[in-house]
Design a protein around this ligand. Structure first.
Ligand code: NAD
Length: 564
């Protein structure tokens, strides 16, 4: 029997028994609990799921009220969540979303980290990151495929399509960062990752995302170079500051083939440990003197980016992996920080142009074998896509499930809805023993405005136009997603991003079929229109292939506006 009142060792119920009035509410309840499962989230005691302080609920009393609300919510009602706190329940209609979520949103002029911190301390807001506050985080796997796709695109552009015989150096083994060593290994490379928190290192060793860990930088680097020479695929972690590792490489004239970073530098107060501080010292200083902490963290970040620039000039393929480290360094006087390219314009944009992004599903049965059944279905339906085929094969070999068994796959426009509708049929036919939840990261084709990440260097200069993610959330609401979210600050931090999420549960019903078909076509569809509007040919072509289900009456900038 699940104890819904306990806050320690939360685990989502699994199986076909409903605890709520319908599967929309039940799925939201289970995915909220799954985010706070210690096997899934980074620090469930503080309700932190990943990404610095990305939370699923504002406080434990707020969590309890969300659970109660979901359990009593009728099938024609909608629950409203304001930054992790349930604030209202309204009669809407049966096909409306069961939950609508808004996290960390601030009016533009007030959208600074300092103002957010002030409001958070007063108990008025909560940072929801992307999938933390929107209850569709699935553990490190969620970003592994994104990292796999990114590194695969990098390898195709610069090398022979793999990382064989190549050394990938980075820092940070948190919720997202842990994907790096495994993804580099999946592409046959050698990964060497600096991490300052030994508990995080242990967690990654336990989950198989890391093969070996070192206390000595010298030993770690020597072994990494030997593995590179021998063309081994292996993932190594080293317990040190990012700057210590990079400084060591520079002093010894060792240039990695690929260089990046996944510390949570977007939030220097929580997500970046300054040089000379260990984790415990940092925790104390952060509470006692946040101003000094921020000063030290920002100084270290500036040094970090300077080191990255030196190695880049020496030939390392260097990229910013979406943590806003360049902007933080730029603000500290590193004027050439943006010489480092962002990974979206460098490697990912063409996927977004085709409506591809991090689609995911979790089986509410709790049975891993049902994920493997769905892997087989996906391979049957999309077997002509070699990267997807390779991904499913490697995922089965390397991915350890965390919490409710789940899978992620970069699927495109026309693929996501087809797959989800087929799975809904399987639920109806009893091929699967319980419903399946489908959702995605906010880091997707049409759901985010983030000028230092997803919308960096858009062809038409529309990087900061945030109408698109708002339209995305509204469209997914109109299309009947079971829950829809709109957040501020995920990935690149407060002031730098606005983004939306959508989730639908396949419970085998005709109602679910309609929702899945509409949401998972329209959701990537608006991403394709957004990119076609910005002038990308691949998006224009993708749009042209789907005129039966979407139309774009006016594409491109409106040059008819009279100029003053
Ligand atoms: P996290 O807070 O879970 O982990 C950050 C890790 O960095 C921690 O383990 C911390 O100990 C370590 N760290 C901090 N300072 C360090 C230092 N100086 N040297 C070595 N290690 C240090 O964050 P996360 O969920 O892993 O996310 C990392 C970043 O990636 C965030 O900025 C996040 O917003 C961003 N992100 C990127 C993507 C993507 O697809 N590229 C997706 C989501 C989030």
């Amino acid at each position: 029997m699940v104890d819904f009142s306990k806050h320690e060792e939360i685990q989502a119920p699994s199986g076909p028994t409903l605890h709520c009035q319908g599967w929309g509410q039940e799925a939201a309840l289970r995915m909220l609990m799954n985010n706070l499962d210690a096997r899934v989230g980074e620090n469930p005691r503080e309700r932190i799921v990943y990404g610095g302080r990305g939370r699923a609920a504002r406080s434990w009393p707020a969590y309890d009220k969300i659970v109660d609300s979901l359990m009593s919510l009728e099938n024609d009602e909608t629950l409203l969540i304001q930054s992790g706190k349930p604030v209202g329940i309204f009669k809407t209609q049966s096909q409306a979303p069961r939950v609508l979520i808004a996290n960390a949103n601030l009016v533009g002029k007030w959208a600074t980290l300092e103002e957010f911190d002030r409001l958070e301390k007063k108990g008025l807001t909560m940072f929801g990151q992307m999938t933390a506050g929107s209850w569709i985080y699935i553990g490190s796997q969620g970003v592994i495929q994104g990292t796999f796709e990114t590194l695969a695109a990098l390898a195709a552009k610069h090398f022979d399509g793999t990382l064989r015989g190549k050394l990938y150096v980075s820092a940070g083994l948190g919720g997202m960062g842990a994907a790096q060593p495994l993804a580099a290994k999946m592409l046959d490379g050698v990964a060497l990752i600096a991490e300052i928190d030994d508990q995080r290192i242990q967690k990654r060793l336990d989950s198989g995302y890391l093969d070996v860990a070192y206390e000595s930088i010298e030993r770690a680097v020597n072994d990494a170079l030997a593995a590179k020479r021998e063309k081994q695929s292996i993932s190594l972690g080293v317990h040190c500051h990012a700057n210590e590792l990079l400084q060591y490489l520079i002093q010894r004239h060792i240039v990695p083939d690929v260089l990046s970073d996944q510390t949570a530098a977007h939030d220097p107060l929580i997500g970046y440990i300054p040089d000379e501080q260990n984790v415990d010292q940092a925790r104390v200083l952060r509470h006692q003197d946040p101003t000094t902490y921020l000063h030290m963290a920002r100084h270290s970040i500036a040094q970090h980016v300077r080191h990255m620039l030196v190695l880049q000039q020496q030939g390392a393929r260097t990229f910013d992996y979406g943590n806003n480290i360049r902007r933080e360094a730029f603000d500290q006087g590193v004027t050439d920080a943006f010489e480092i390219p962002g990974y979206v314009p460098a490697y990912i944009r063409d996927l977004f142009n085709a409506g591809k992004g991090p689609f995911r599903w979790a089986v509410l049965s709790g049975k891993p074998e049902e994920i493997f059944q769905l892997d087989a279905l996906a391979l049957e339906m999309f077997g002509d896509n070699p990267l997807l085929t390779r991904w499913f094969t490697l995922a089965q070999k390397y991915i350890h499930f965390q919490g409710l068994p789940a899978r992620i796959a970069y699927m495109g426009l026309g693929e996501r809805d087809r797959f989800a509708v087929k799975v809904n049929e399987w639920v109806a036919q009893g091929v699967l023993s319980a419903p399946v939840v489908f959702g995605r990261d906010h880091h997707d084709t049409g759901s985010v405005a983030s000028p230092y990440r997803e919308t960096e260097a858009m062809r038409d200069g529309s990087d900061a136009i945030a109408d698109w993610p708002i339209l995305n959330a509204l469209l997914n609401t109109a299309s009947g997603a079971h829950w829809v979210s709109f957040h501020h600050g995920g990935g690149t931090g407060i002031g730098y991003a606005l983004h939306a999420g959508a989730v639908v549960v396949a419970d085998g019903s005709e109602d679910s079929r309609g929702r899945l078909s509409r949401v998972f076509f329209n959701d990537p569809g608006i991403g394709v229109i957004r990119h076609a509007d910005a002038g990308y040919d691949v998006a224009v072509k993708t749009m042209a292939d789907h005129t039966d289900r979407m139309r774009a009456p006016f594409v491109g900038p409106d040059t008819n506006i009279p100029m003053e």
